[in-house]
Design a binder for this molecule. Structure first.
Ligand code: RUB
Length: 319
């Protein structure tokens, strides 16, 4: 098994989770596949990489950032067709470095913008595990803010437990709750602001994030609490511009059973299982997208993303 296959397997199994980690691992895997390729011509290299990129992009369906950056690497090969393979490989290596530096810098910028929204002493609710949110809350803490953080467990795979441990170990005041307690806490005015991560942003200003984000946003709206999402502009899906819906990854039913015994019981009793990994939060429920270019309203997010992706496509702006 080559590196792209191995990385795709880990992504599918959620050993690598969260949009940023997924995109980073995929970029590194594709760049390594390029290095290792025995292709003699640019065309051969392109077909090798196309296969590898397909395997990586197919690992998780609802991840435009992964697709955007893989596309970036592929476009380098496309634009250098007919040139020496060694030179193309050097350019791919340089592009990988630019992408990784860009990701690093944009997450730091999002964390800095987002930290300004964290209350000094109020209560924050978060859902799932987002590396960007972790950075943002840890930065706010380092700036002297002391909010109370409520983390949902995040069923079915409990990524919220990771967030709770990570933040508590960094010294923050953390309370873990079951996902279904979020609405009640919001209604009881126990939460001042909601922060979530982002997997995909659509042309309509919708947010796709871990399943359960939408009901939290609904309850927040009802309670008059603002919802912000930490969202790199590369999470924008240009394919949604023609009105297409973002596809939602469906995961295996076994994730809803505690072990093989229960999975077997469900199967024998013919219990059907529906396990979407993400849900769609409409723009009306989102107060702002915290991006590397600042805090953007849902109505402006497509334009902001296209500007950044356009710059990326034309090969500038990463350094
Ligand atoms: C993770 C999730 C995160 C986003 C953003 O879902 O929904 O909020 O991916 O993460 P899963 P980041 O565990 O299914 O991958 O800020 O790290 O990009």
């Amino acid at each position: 098994m080559g590196r792209p296959e191995k990385v795709a397997k880990k992504i599918k199994a959620l050993q690598i989770q969260g949009a940023r980690r997924i995109a980073k691992a995929a970029v590194e895997a594709l760049a390594e596949a390029a290095k290792k390729s025995g292709a003699k011509t640019a065309d051969e290299l392109y077909s090798d990489l196309l296969v590898a990129a397909d395997i990586l992009a197919g690992a998780r369906e609802t991840e435009p950032m992964l697709r955007n950056f893989l596309e970036d690497l592929l476009s380098i090969v496309k634009s250098m067709r007919g040139q020496d393979v060694r030179r193309i490989k050097e350019s791919l290596d340089a592009e990988q470095g630019q992408i990784l530096r860009y990701m690093e810098r944009s997450s730091r910028r999002i964390a800095a913008y987002g930290a300004t929204l964290v209350p000094k002493r109020g209560a924050v609710l978060i859902h799932c595990h987002s590396t960007t949110l972790m950075m943002m809350l840890e930065l706010a803490h380092a700036d002297g803010k002391r909010p109370k953080i409520y983390c949902t467990e995040t069923r079915p795979l409990y990524q919220g437990r990771m967030s709770a441990l990570e933040l508590a170990r960094a010294g923050l005041d953390v309370t873990l709750i079951v996902d279904s307690a979020a609405g009640g806490l919001l209604a009881a005015k126990k939460i001042d602001v909601v922060f979530v991560g982002a997997d995909a942003i659509t042309a309509r200003g919708e947010l796709l994030n871990k399943v359960g984000t939408y009901p939290i946003a609904l309850a927040a709206k009802e309670a008059g609490v603002k919802v912000f999402t930490a969202a790199e502009l590369h999470k924008f899906d240009p394919n949604t511009e023609d009105g297409r819906a973002e596809r939602i990854e469906q995961r295996g039913g076994n994730e809803l059973a505690d072990g093989k015994k229960m999975a077997g019981e469900f199967e024998r009793a013919k219990v059907k299982i529906l396990n979407p990994a993400f849900d769609i939060t409409p723009p009306a429920l989102i107060h702002g997208f915290v991006t590397e270019e600042g805090i953007v309203a849902p109505s402006g997010i497509a334009a902001a993303a296209k500007k950044t992706l356009g710059v990326r496509i034309h090969g500038q702006g990463k350094d």
